[in-house]
Design a protein around this ligand. Sequence first.
Ligand SMILES: NC(=O)c1ccc[n+]([C@@H]2O[C@H](COP(=O)([O-])OP(=O)(O)OC[C@H]3O[C@@H](n4cnc5c(N)ncnc54)[C@H](O)[C@@H]3O)[C@@H](O)[C@H]2O)c1
Ligand SMILES: O=P(O)(O)OC[C@H](O)CO
Length: 339
Amino acid sequence: MEKVALIGSGNWGSAVAKIVGRNVVKFDHFDRNVKMWVFEEKINGQNLTEIINTKHENVKYLPGIQLPENIIACPDLLETCRDATMLIFVVPHQFVTSICKQLKGKIPANCKAISLIKGIDVNENGFRLITDMIQDSLGIRTCVLSGANIANEVAEERFCETTIGYRDRSDGELFKQIFHTPTFRVNIVEDVNGVELCGALKNIIAVGGGLVDGLKLGDNTKAAIIRIGLYEMRKFSQMFYKGVRDETFFESCGVADLITTCAGGRNRKVAEAHVLTGKPFDQLEQEMLNGQKLQGTSTAKDMYDILSKKNLCHEFPLMTAIYRICYENLPPITIVQDI
Ligand SMILES: NC(=O)c1ccc[n+]([C@@H]2O[C@H](COP(=O)([O-])OP(=O)(O)OC[C@H]3O[C@@H](n4cnc5c(N)ncnc54)[C@H](O)[C@@H]3O)[C@@H](O)[C@H]2O)c1
Ligand SMILES: O=P(O)(O)OC[C@H](O)CO
């Protein structure tokens, strides 16, 4: 019997909880109850976990969407994961290190994981993919899921696709069972690194998409940013991870996610507001996202740290320009002057 646990309950975590809660009851080999770890907070004096478990709605991060009653919100990370055999990591990437530290040695040996996180981990020793962090620190095989998946649209059951990257095909197929629905179509591919890098790097390009929207440069410019962005994403991925496949960039995790995120994502929205108001990104994140996290600016910084250390900035002019606009106060128009 497989037992699924969700680590995270933000906008995407809650949308995914709706899918997973409904899917596990369709198969005999899944336990029907799914615990979901919630980073506890008070909403009008009441714990968010209590609200989710009574109202069956995450009123802060996914308001208006009913969650299945077999999704059980839990404020204790170890309690959530203690007897799980399938872990779904769906938190902003900056929190993964601390979560893995807490889980080390505390989860069953037969556990498998999947990361729905779009970001990379950079420290003084270099950078790591989130799936590698989870796999190395917990000693469990880890897949990745990434695609053109704006959480609210997925939660409203509007048709879309997504991509699961696996190392072991049986893991890919098992995870597909808990995610695939007629309106959330899953394709599985044997390219964990490629799928994950697409999801992480597209957040930087989404900031670029928002900058050109704020500058009102029009659709041709936006298309150019998307094309150059896709080119730099593939170049970086294949430069650092030799097995990354060209075909992965044609999956939902690749070109489709880039289009969606440059059209309707949070990174795009906040970057546009940065141009229109002149306010810094961290202030706009606070003002506009109601506790949700922006990933694109911090990933742009992470990328710049990697590229500058390796003297490669000139090979990635778009990502470098986006970093400089976000962190060195360069005027937004330099996005089209420096590429
Ligand atoms: N929202 C989307 O449309 C979407 C879609 C696909 C992928 N993703 C990716 O999914 C991942 C999770 O994003 P999200 O949208 O679910 O989150 P979010 O930005 O909506 O919410 C932030 C979450 O972080 C939690 N949090 C705050 N402080 C914390 C701490 N110290 N430790 C642990 N958790 C803390 C909050 O409680 C909240 O659940 C990200 O990597 C994101 O890029 C998001
Ligand atoms: O809202 P964003 O910019 O974090 O993007 C959300 C998803 O990653 C789109 O697939």
